[in-house]
Design a protein around this ligand. Structure first.
Ligand SMILES: CCCCCCCCCCCCCC(=O)CSCCNC(=O)CCNC(=O)[C@H](O)C(C)(C)COP(=O)(O)OP(=O)(O)OC[C@H]1O[C@@H](n2cnc3c(N)ncnc32)[C@H](O)[C@@H]1OP(=O)(O)O
Ligand SMILES: CN(C)Cc1n[nH]c2ccc(-c3ccc(F)cc3OCCn3ccnc3)cc12
Length: 392
């Protein structure tokens, strides 16, 4: 279309808007791998006042710098009322999965002050697309300090992380964004389930419904004190093999999903305090593990409210139902999240989530999350129910 030009993205091996609907283009890699000897050996040039740095998250000091850069400059909602406040332990979890590369934790510093002013990361992942398992980089935490915006720093950072991923002989990537870029493989809606409606209304996250009083609203979102499902319990290390089998089988039905092995499941799904919570249903009779649900902890800073500074949000992660109805399983997830003092439980309309959102009193969010693959063409955009991938 004659719309806005993507000067950088039109140079990249991604689906281009002009090609949408061209079914003659084959599904799969857009460009072949480059011989490693031909990959640019030295980093891309930054504007002169800036220099590259590799952020070692094992270092308390560097992890603090990354935390503060994101806390003050990362993603805000459309009304600039909230900003993601990823915790340090969350960042260490998200960025150090099995096989991670420190060199993919890329920062930009001002040469004189040595201040961290920008950041971008990749982590390795095996992503299945239909029946192909592809080694990819999951790109995330792209952030440029508010004072350095609109200077075309983002394209340089993207090219640099691409170069470092190429050096590890990986040629595809997956990422999500709230903005439309060439070209989404699917576009999700996000939904919110109030757990603490009084606080959500006080901070302006929600509004009192028409003909609703506050006490009626509190009553509407009230939840039981305990989960309903017999055998519902926290996941433990001993459950990793069974949860891996359950999850691999469940995810095999989606067009795009992670190809998790036991090491991945142990990292991504074993409960970690204030980072990720996972529960399963162990049949009291057979001791089989029949169902699984999980959510991660991602608070948002509340910008400009006298009474509250943090919104405690849980985000639906991976859920598997084979015996317990998904509706009941997710209601139990809401119950334990409320018990853990979360204010809101968020979910995307991916996988089978649409089947419970309305019935469990989720309300639609005010934005969308677009999913992207780099250097991999998908012939037709996917339905959100064909997507089995959740990025942090
Ligand atoms: C084989 C491996 C491959 C690995 C790499 C794969 C690709 C990975 C791609 C990265 C995935 C990250 C995923 C992720 O982290 C999750 S999405 C969250 C991104 N971060 C934020 O929204 C934080 C707040 N915003 C900022 O820090 C800045 O606004 C950023 C840094 C976003 C842009 O900085 P800026 O100062 O506002 O802008 P300029 O420097 O002047 O640059 C303008 C150009 O940047 C394009 N742009 C804007 N937002 C983007 C976004 N979210 N993805 C990709 N591209 C984005 C834009 O279209 C334009 O290009 P165009 O002219 O062609 O349109
Ligand atoms: C996914 N990951 C890459 C972070 C990320 N980047 N860009 C985004 C845009 C929306 C969502 C999102 C995903 C699920 C959800 F239930 C609510 C969301 O945003 C609400 C609006 N908001 C933004 C900040 N505080 C509140 C995440 C992201």
């Amino acid at each position: 279309s004659l719309g806005k030009k993507h000067k950088f993205w039109e140079t990249q091996p991604v689906g281009q808007f002009k090609d949408v609907g061209d079914t003659s283009l084959p599904e799969g890699p857009i460009e072949p791998p480059t011989p490693l000897s031909e990959v640019k050996q030295e980093p891309y040039n930054l504007p002169s006042p800036y220099e590259w740095t590799t952020c070692d998250l094992d270092s308390e000091e560097t992890c603090n710098e990354v935390y503060n850069l994101l806390k003050n400059n990362y993603v805000e909602d459309d009304e600039n009322m909230f900003r993601f406040n990823y915790s340090k332990e969350f960042l260490r979890w998200a960025l150090r999965p099995p096989g991670y590369y420190k060199s993919w934790h890329i920062g930009v510093r001002a040469k004189t002050s040595k201040k961290l002013v920008a950041f971008i990361t990749g982590v390795p992942a095996r992503i299945r697309v239909r029946d192909e398992v592809v080694k990819m980089a999951e790109i995330n935490f792209l952030c440029v300090h508010k004072k350095l915006r609109s200077k075309r720093l983002a394209p340089v950072m993207i090219k640099e992380v691409t170069r470092r991923v190429h050096l590890e002989n990986i040629w595809q990537a997956a990422y999500t964004a709230g903005v439309v870029l060439p070209t989404p493989i699917t576009t999700c809606q996000y939904w919110h389930r109030s757990l603490n409606p009084k606080k959500l209304i006080d901070v302006g996250f929600s509004r009192l419904g028409p003909r609703m009083t506050m006490s009626r609203t509190i009553k509407l979102y009230k939840l039981p004190d305990q989960p309903a499902t017999p055998g519902f319990r926290k996941m433990e290390l001993r459950d990793v093999p069974a949860v891996t089998r359950l999850l691999r089988n469940y995810l095999s039905q989606f067009v795009v999903s992670p190809d998790f092995d036991e090491n991945d499941v142990e990292h991504w799904l074993l409960p970690t305090e204030d980072v990720v919570d996972s529960y399963l249903v162990e049949s009291p009779k057979t001791h089989d593990i029949t169902d699984f649900c999980s959510f991660y902890t991602l608070p948002s800073s509340i910008l400009g409210n006298q009474n509250y500074s943090i919104l405690k949000a849980a985000y639906s992660y991976y859920n598997v139902s084979t015996k317990t109805p998904l509706l009941q399983l997710m209601n139990d997830a809401l119950i334990v999240a409320k018990k853990k003092d979360f204010d809101v439980f968020n979910a995307l309309d991916v996988m089978h989530n649409k089947s419970f959102l309305k019935e469990l009193k989720f309300g639609p969010g005010d934005g969308q999350l677009h999913y992207y693959l780099y250097n991999y063409r998908i012939r037709n955009a996917l339905r959100t129910s064909e997507l089995g991938l959740v990025l942090l």
